[in-house]
Write a protein that binds this ligand. Structure first.
Ligand SMILES: Nc1nc2c(ncn2[C@@H]2O[C@H](COP(=O)(O)OP(=O)(O)OP(=O)(O)O)[C@@H](O)[C@H]2O)c(=O)[nH]1
Length: 482
């Protein structure tokens, strides 16, 4: 089960519970069983799943809830909180700060994706304004230096290594000295891996670490090993004072959820995840926005960041979050305009899951072409709608004869129109649920929310209750500023 499927299964279980006529013990038990099954399938440890279930049950005591309490919302919140808790090590990581000589050492087993990840990490920080450099202290694997050299050259990042020197400590010290003199503010040392955890590997890591004194040791781990990540992360943490973890190969692997929760259980913070072989297949990992995206609840701050950071380097954020909300209603026209903007934005997969209502499954990684085609199909069907239908707020408007006409007009099947309308209703429902503003004026000047407010069109911002409304909404969605 890939991550998107795990998120989809949990979201479906919640939606079934939400749609039940009466929420009683049986409905709650069915919902929890379904969620536990999905977690176990993603290779989350049995003990963790058992705790997740027990904690939710403790919070949601249906008998003790006063009449009129919104049980659905309480269950949903309890589930979201528990998934977040499961992935949260409760410990922040060291983060490099600009202008200081930050030194970061990468460790991990052979083939975990360490060398590839070093370059992704360097490139990510360069885009954030750092001046990074790479040192290849992997003298164990023949070809390691060539690989780093190739990656670094492609990414235009300075590198240091040697074909002849066999002492990793010597190379590390020389490389670090050289880049310190060149005033690089993020020096990344790639160390050797081994096929398995063994004394020689840990001894080499200890020596390189002692000689260079890194500010942070990052352990790179292959996410496809699932819950086995617990033992591996624990062993590295104890032997190499690991301060942060990067989990790779989270694309298309069944056990990613298990790996993430297992690492959290060792109280090591996961700071990034690798989602492919390309240099940009690299995502910041923060628990709250990650869980929101996983469950199709969106991640507005991540979305705006992405727009600023990668897709629109000319500083002109596109109007993706909502061209105009008509009297607070999420209409088909709004969805159409959102699709229009999305189509002009290039790589879709990562971005789409940040929009509330779209899960990672809407456009799966590696299936972007199919995702594009789906959006095109939806838009063709919407092109056959009247203005009244596109702007309509009455759910009964779309009767059978209108659906038949739209299918005929767009050359698509009736079932496809029905399916598109169902998707629209689901997304609109999610938007309706976005927490609404309160009048807390004290929060008016939070500069972290300002860039997001700037990226949202004025009419939309008004609908959300202005700056303060947006601020409250982001807080309640659990989004964090980055
Ligand atoms: N699908 C996928 N492949 C990845 C990811 N990260 C790395 N890889 C691939 O995994 C393989 C191993 O990566 P390397 O960077 O060579 O691994 P390494 O840990 O440096 O290996 P050693 O230098 O031998 O210790 C390469 O083919 C990478 O392209 C990822 O996030 N997703």
């Amino acid at each position: 089960m890939v991550l998107a499927e795990l998120g989809g299964s949990i979201a479906r279980a919640l939606s079934r519970m939400s749609n039940a006529t009466v929420v009683d013990e049986k409905v709650l038990a069915d919902c929890l069983n379904e969620i536990c099954r999905a977690l176990l399938q993603a290779d989350v440890r049995f003990e963790t799943v058992r705790d997740v279930k027990a904690n939710i049950k403790r919070v949601v005591n249906l008998d003790a809830l006063a009449a009129g309490t919104n049980k659905r919302r309480i269950i949903q919140q309890a589930v979201v909180d528990e998934i977040r808790r499961m992935l949260d090590p409760g410990k922040p990581s060291f983060t490099p700060s600009k202008g200081k000589p930050n030194l970061v050492m990468f460790v991990g087993l052979q083939g975990s994706g360490k060398t590839t990840t070093c370059t992704k990490y360097a490139d990510y920080h360069r885009r954030k304004g750092f001046n990074p450099a790479l040192v290849c202290a992997d003298t164990f694997r023949a070809g390691a230096f060539d690989q780093l050299k190739q990656n670094a050259t492609k990414a235009k990042i300075p590198f240091y290594g040697s074909y002849t020197e066999s002492d990793p400590v010597k190379i590390a010290v020389e490389g670090v000295d050289m880049f310190r003199k060149e005033k690089c503010d993020l020096i990344i040392v790639d160390t050797s891996g081994r096929h398995k955890q063994e004394a020689a590997l840990f001894e080499e890591m200890r020596q390189v670490s002692e000689a260079t004194k890194p500010d942070l040791v990052i352990f790179v781990m292959d996410g496809s090993i699932g819950q086995a990540a617990f033992d591996q992360a624990q062993a590295f943490k104890q032997s190499a004072s690991v301060g942060a973890v990067i989990v790779t190969k989270m694309d298309g692997h069944a056990k990613g959820g298990g790996a993430l929760s297992a690492v959290a259980a060792t109280k090591s913070p996961v700071i990034f995840i690798g989602t492919g072989e390309h240099i940009l297949d690299f995502e910041v990992f923060e628990v709250n926005p990650f869980v929101s995206r996983l469950l199709g609840m969106g991640d507005l701050s991540g979305l705006v960041n992405k727009i600023h950071e990668v897709i629109m380097p000319n500083n002109q954020p596109p109007n993706i979050i909502g061209p105009q909300l008509v009297e607070g209603t999420f209409t088909l026209r709004l969805l159409y305009e959102m699709f229009q903007t999305l189509q002009s934005m290039g790589p879709l997969g990562q971005v789409v899951s940040m929009i509330p209502g779209f899960s990672a499954q809407f456009i799966e990684k590696g299936n972007e072409k199919e995702g594009q085609a789906k959006i095109k199909r939806y838009m063709t069907m919407m092109d056959s709608m009247t203005d009244a239908e596109l702007d309509g707020t009455n759910p009964k408007l779309m009767n059978q004869s209108r659906i038949n006409r739209i299918a005929r007009g767009s050359g698509r099947l009736v079932e496809e129109v029905v399916h598109m309308l169902e998707e629209y209703k689901r997304i609109a429902k999610m938007w309706k649920k976005l927490p609404l503003p309160t009048n807390n004026r004290r929060l008016n000047t939070n500069r972290d929310i300002r860039p997001i407010a700037n990226a949202i069109p004025p009419n939309m911002l008004n609908q959300l209750g202005g700056f303060v409304g947006l601020q409250n909404m982001m807080k309640q969605m659990g989004a964090q500023s980055r």
